[in-house]
Design a protein around this ligand. Structure first.
Ligand SMILES: [Zn+2]
Length: 460
């Protein structure tokens, strides 16, 4: 009992929030409601024994002498995994190349962790060698924060996506913009040599996202197809940024492995479902991306919730509190377009889910000041349920399926032999998905690393 108390004291004091090595001594979590990530219904009153960072037993009573933690009334579920985020782009209200620093990236990875996201995939616009170095360090647990995977730079269009204006002074160290198939192959080879996890290609003219502006030039088909072929030659999977159904079809026809966003211009057809199913390609809807365009302008009252307030920079809080900013944001054609895009995205997600397509979990968090690391993932869960999934199905996407997209066998579900990357929640997110905001403990590799989002004094 003293040791149990000691653990919580350690958390309350704000120390012991980071341990580079796993806890050597076993611990038993008692009387927990277990949501294991597979989509199975919650199991009441479970005992989870953790040793050396892994789950070694579920369901059995603890051996005598094992340190215990009573989680009566709480739900334990796997940590969340993002298949589509970005790091090092945003600082306050700026999105700029100069923000790609170790300090800014590690602060974001700590924020993801506090919000229960323990694995983050930064899908392009990363500078090597810093990104490659940080990935290695996060894999080894050298720094506090989420584990990190991703795409080094990625392949954009000359004069097109991702727009130069989106990330100020973004140079060739952050994005390749090949003009020829030969340049595209060289760009892929460079990323492959640096050890990228995937290749990313942007196929979007942004005309429906920014209806007030002229469409951006697209990558030439021979160029992006050469990049895709070269990636596969180097045994790398290709994630493609798409918005429109036609380009989604084209990308899949040439071997795209992951559609990194949902189709938002028109309803998906049976041909797309068949393409996704026969190729086994993944689909990441990123529902909260479009919602982020208007959400805080429409709902400034959420600033009073600590789960929102704490996720924001002081500069963003000031912005959201500014009536003129809210008014001008909501008047923009892009906000109206985003409402339509979200509705279409939700409808398509449900059709593809019911069609048996592999669905991943991502948000594009970290790509703009309005897509908040960690909070965006909580909104994504809520929107998946709004789209028609059950809370258990949404959680399954954000855990087991998200890990499967990344090819990670060691996480995503709570089962014997898996990493003890888990969340303790003062609620039941499998019944009420917004209870994901009630994280009271985050455990990473078997060690409590954060006292989560519930104000102190409420833990047992
Ligand atoms: Zn993105």
């Amino acid at each position: 009992m003293m040791r149990h108390f000691g653990l919580l004291t350690c958390l309350a004091a704000g120390t012991c929030l980071f341990s580079p090595s796993v806890m050597a001594e076993p611990v038993a979590l008692l009387h927990a409601r277990l949501v294991d990530g597979t989509g199975a219904a919650a199991k009441p009153d479970m005992t989870i024994i953790i040793d050396h960072g892994q789950i070694v037993s579920i369901g059995q009573a603890p051996e005598s002498g094992v340190r215990t933690l009573d989680l009566h009334g709480k739900t334990v579920m796997p940590a969340l995994i993002s298949d589509h985020s970005h790091v090092g782009l945003v600082d306050g209200m700026t999105t700029a190349s100069r923000n790609y620093t170790r300090a800014i990236i590690l602060a974001a990875l700590e924020q993801y962790r506090r919000y229960g996201v323990l694995t983050v995939t930064a899908l392009g616009l990363n500078k090597s060698p810093l990104f490659d170095q940080l990935r290695r360090e996060q894999h080894q647990g050298v720094n506090p924060g989420a584990d990190l995977f991703g795409v080094d730079q990625g392949i954009g269009a000359p004069g097109g996506m991702p727009p130069e204006a989106m990330v100020d002074k973004m140079g060739h160290d952050q994005i390749f913009r090949p003009h020829t198939p030969q340049e595209a192959r060289q760009a892929v080879d460079r990323m492959a040599d640096e050890g990228t996890d995937f290749v990313k290609i942007w196929l979007d003219d942004l005309h429906l996202t920014n209806p007030a502006k002229p469409p951006l030039p697209l990558l030439g088909a021979p160029v992006w197809q050469a990049a895709m072929a070269e990636a596969h030659k180097r045994h790398l999977r290709v994630a493609v940024h798409i918005h429109d159904l036609d380009l989604a079809h084209q990308a899949l026809a040439h071997g795209a492995d992951i559609l990194a966003h949902g189709v938002r211009d028109k309803p998906v057809d049976t041909a797309l479902i068949t393409q996704l199913r026969t190729t086994g390609a993944w689909y990441i809807p990123t529902l909260s991306l479009d919602e982020s365009t208007y959400y805080f302008a429409e709902h400034p009252e959420v600033l009073s919730q600590s789960v929102v307030y704490d996720a924001m920079s002081p500069a963003l809080r000031d912005t959201v509190a500014d009536k003129n900013w809210r008014k001008s944001t909501l008047a923009k054609p892009a906000s109206a377009a985003a409402h339509g895009a979200l509705a279409m995205n939700e409808r398509n997600l449900l059709a593809l889910y019911r069609g048996g397509v592999h669905i991943g979990f991502g948000t594009d968090s970290g790509a703009t000041p309005l897509r908040l690391p960690g909070f965006a993932e909580h909104r994504e869960l809520v929107l998946l349920v709004q789209a028609g999934l059950t809370p258990l199905q949404a959680i399954n996407l954000a855990t087991q399926q998200a890990a499967a997209l990344l090819g990670l066998q060691d996480r995503g579900v709570l089962a014997v032999g898996k990493r003890a990357d888990l969340l303790v929640i003062d609620g039941a997110p499998d019944r009420t998905i917004s209870d994901i905001d009630l994280i009271s403990q985050v455990w990473q590799r078997g060690t409590p690393v954060s006292d989560g989002l519930v104000p102190k004094g409420k833990t047992p």
